[in-house]
Design a protein around this ligand. Structure first.
Ligand code: NDP
Length: 453
């Protein structure tokens, strides 16, 4: 049984029956049959269905947003923006797929040489709760355009959103089983990976989940893409525009209540700017109004689950014990639900959880760097490597530093985000493989070489 609990109140409001192992096998058998139909559907017809799906997202923005807001606590405007982005990602891949999937001719002295892209089959998508629609559609839009189908094992706390997506796919005209939700416990994921129709696995979530599911995929020699967490550096050089970078740092730590894989987590500031940066950011964080995510006056909602709040609180407490300084917050809010006070830590150094681990919540951690060289060293002193940023008035210097940062993505004077036109993914413990753009469209394709003499 999966239970949806409103994190703003702590009250559960919906229950969903779980699939047992035989039911999961039957559903995956159905996904296999759906793959046969979908693969044989002409590309133009597949893309028409993707466009219909986009239209349905646009028609249902409000209902879908309210559902995810109730399940995981996201502010309603943020939830609505997420649903609209799902429509746009479908439209983008419907437009780009013919070009990016076209046969590629290669030089040949005689006859023909070419590469064609063919879908692999059923892709098992293990997905997290923080962007319950977007995380699925970021994988699904390119995969479906390419001709693959998806079996989605979503996070247990957003089962309502998962089933709403499945219903939307059906209504858009996808074959039954082409976007199928498996309501299974984590213990049944091994059986799903082993199912013969499953030809690949994509997972978005923690490194812990990635290591477990990646090992299963490896054991069955099935292609995997791992989009894991990050502890992304946000490097502020002394010549940076203070206002711009403080607005960006605030948004990184408060959007989705700080629960985004690619949000800046370690704010590494060159010494001359530390005091002004801290003061400016503290004022911004202190001005937030925690509350019901459906209330337009609220600017920060709850964390998605109580255990996530407890882990965040542990990370803050242990960092303080190891010498971090508390400027703001640092405690659970005394109200029902899973609210954590907007928090600012300074004097954060390697060896503290606020530096070494992923902070998934409204906690900003400032680390001082003596100069740009130390800032780069600190930026790379992490097991993760997802999306970094560098803030400086000198964009040429920013670009030079960007090249030295170990990350899947670096933004100069901007916040890295999952832009559906660009490849997305990480290095080190942030994972491997890429979603989105041409790389994401062909990541689960058979890149088949054909030689004709
Ligand atoms: P998880 O990584 O545990 O969850 C992500 C998905 O993986 C969920 O569908 C989850 O299912 C599934 N999963 C977890 N463990 C296994 C397993 N052993 N086998 C198969 N599937 C598994 O994240 P949490 O929700 O527990 O969050 C913990 C931390 O992970 C956060 O504090 C944050 O640091 C990080 N995280 C990062 C995300 C990102 O986008 N980078 C997203 C979410 C979390 P179920 O929900 O049923 O356990």
């Amino acid at each position: 049984m999966f239970v949806s609990t409103n994190p703003a109140t702590g009250q559960s409001f919906a229950r969903y029956a779980a699939h047992d192992a035989p039911a999961a096998t039957r559903l995956l058998d159905g996904c296999g049959r759906a793959f046969g139909r979908w693969r044989d559907t002409p590309l133009a017809a597949r893309l028409d269905i993707l466009l219909r799906l986009a239209g349905l997202f646009e028609d249902r923005v409000r209902d879908l947003a309210v559902l995810s807001s109730r399940e995981m606590g996201k502010l309603l405007p943020e939830a609505e923006a997420e649903v609209r982005r799902c429509a746009r990602v479908c439209r983008f891949y419907a437009k780009m797929a013919p070009r990016w999937l076209a046969d590629e001719p290669y030089p040949a002295e005689t006859g023909r040489r070419m590469v064609v892209h063919e879908p692999l089959g059923v892709i098992l998508a293990v997905m997290p709760w923080n962007f319950p629609y977007w995380q699925v559609m970021r994988a699904a839009a390119p995969l479906l355009a390419c001709g693959n189908v998806l079996a989605v094992k979503h996070a247990a706390n957003v089962t309502g959103a998962a089933l709403a997506l499945e219903a939307l796919g059906r209504e858009a005209g996808l074959p039954d089983g082409a976007l199928r939700v498996l309501c299974i416990e984590n213990g049944l994921v091994a059986g799903a990976v082993a199912h013969p129709a499953v030809r690949g696995v994509t997972l978005t979530g923690s490194a812990r989940a990635g290591a477990a599911v990646g090992a299963l995929a490896g054991a069955h020699i099935k292609k995997a893409v791992m989009e894991l967490g990050g502890s992304d550096p946000f490097v502020v050089l002394a010549d940076a525009n203070l206002g711009d970078c403080c607005v960006a740092a605030e948004s990184a730590r408060m959007r989705a209540c700080g629960q985004a894989c690619i949000a800046a987590k370690r704010l590494i500031v060159e010494q001359p700017l530390v005091a002004a940066f801290t003061e400016n950011l503290a004022a911004r964080l202190a001005a937030h109004r925690p509350g019901d995510p459906l209330d337009p006056a609220t600017t920060v909602g709850p964390l998605a689950r109580e255990d996530l709040l407890e882990n965040l609180d542990r990370q803050v407490r242990q960092s303080l014990e190891k010498g971090a300084r508390l400027v703001l917050g640092g405690h659970r809010l005394p109200r029902p639900g899973f609210f954590y006070a907007p928090t600012l830590l300074t004097d954060v150094r390697p060896g503290m959880p606020a530096f070494d681990e992923e902070l998934f919540g409204p906690v900003a951690a400032v680390t001082e760097a003596a100069d740009a060289e130390e800032a780069v060293r600190l930026a790379n002193a992490t097991d993760y490597g997802l999306g970094a940023s560098v803030w400086t008035a000198d964009t040429a210097r920013g670009l030079a530093l960007a090249r030295r940062i170990e990350a899947g993505m670096v933004a100069v004077n901007a916040v890295p985000r999952s832009d559906f036109r660009l490849p997305f993914g990480g290095v080190k413990r942030s994972g491997y493989g890429r979603e989105l753009a041409r790389s994401g469209l062909t990541e689960f394709s058979n890149i088949k070489t054909i030689v004709v003499e």
